[in-house]
Design a binder for this molecule. Sequence first.
Ligand code: ATP
Ligand code: MG
Length: 289
Amino acid sequence: MPNSDSILRIALQKSGRLSEDSFRLFKECGIKFESGTGKLKTSSSNFPAEFLFLRDDDIPGYVEDGVADIGIVGENVFIETNRKAETTYRLGFSKCRLSIAVPRGIDYQGIDDFQGKSIATSYPRILGNFLKEKGVKADIHEISGSVEIAPSIGLAEGVCDIVSSGSTLLSNGLKEVEVIFRSEAILITNKKLSKAKHDTLNKLLFRIKAVQTAQNYKYILLNAPNDKLQDIINMIPGMKSPTIVPLAMEGWSSIHSVLEENQFWENIEAIRSAGAEGILVIPIEKMIY
Ligand code: ATP
Ligand code: MG
C-alpha cells in the first residue's frame, strides 16, 4: 500500500473533448482506474493516484486550491480562468485555436475594423488581452455558449471562439479572420506540492515521456544483402546502433533499428534503392533512452 502522503490527486475532465485522450494516456502509462461508471472520484489499483472527474472549467481552481494536486486541462481554459498553478507538461492532444470570426459577407480588412464594435465570446480575458495589445477598443460581450449565433441575432458584429476544423463557423455563415491563441492539453500542478507527491509526479512524468517518445518512433526490420549493410545502417542509425542478424540465406542479413516516423518516410525511398527488402515497421509501446 502506498503511503497516503504520496498519493497524487489528479483532476480530469469528466466527459468532453479532453476526456478520452486523458484516460488513454493513463492507460498507456499502465495506471489502472475505473472510469465511466458515473463516479466522481476513484483510486488507481496499481499507482499512488486518486482521480477526480470534473467540468474542465473547474480544474484550474481545484489545482490552485490544492483540492487536486495536478490536472489536465486545455491551455485556453487555464489562461482564461487565471488561476495560479505550474504548467508542468504540454501533452500535445486536444489541439485547437481561439479565433475571431465575422459573417462571411463582411469585407474584413484587419483587427482595427473592430474599433467601437462588439465581439461575443466565452473567453473575455484572452480576447481582452489580445485587443489591448492591438490597441483596439471593442465591447466584449461575454456569453457562456452558442457563441456562433451572436452575429445573426444582432448581439455582436463578431465572435471569438474555439475552432478546430472550422465547420461550426461555416455552418453558421461565419469566416475565421484572426487566430488569437493556440491551445493544447497541458498538465498543471499545484504550486505547493509536498516532496512525497512530487516524487509520485516525477514517476508519472517519466511514464508519460516514455509513452509519448515511443509514439514518435517505430521499430523497423528489413532484409538486405551483406554488401549493402553499411549504406543502410547509415540511414537508420537507431538508438545506439542497429542490430544485425544473419539470415538463413547466404549473403543476406536482417537489420533491426529504431527510427523517428518522419525520418522513416523521408528515407524510405533511399533505403529501398540501397537494396532493402521485406521492410516491416512496428509500433513501439514504451521507449526509455
Ligand atoms: P465541460 O462540460 O467539462 O465544461 P466543455 O464543453 O466546456 O466541457 P469541451 O468542448 O469538452 O469543453 O472542450 C474541452 C477542451 O478541449 C477545450 O477547452 C479545448 O481546450 C479543447 N477543445 C475544444 N474543442 C476542440 C476541438 N474541436 N478539437 C480539439 N480540442 C478541442
Ligand atoms: Mg467547460
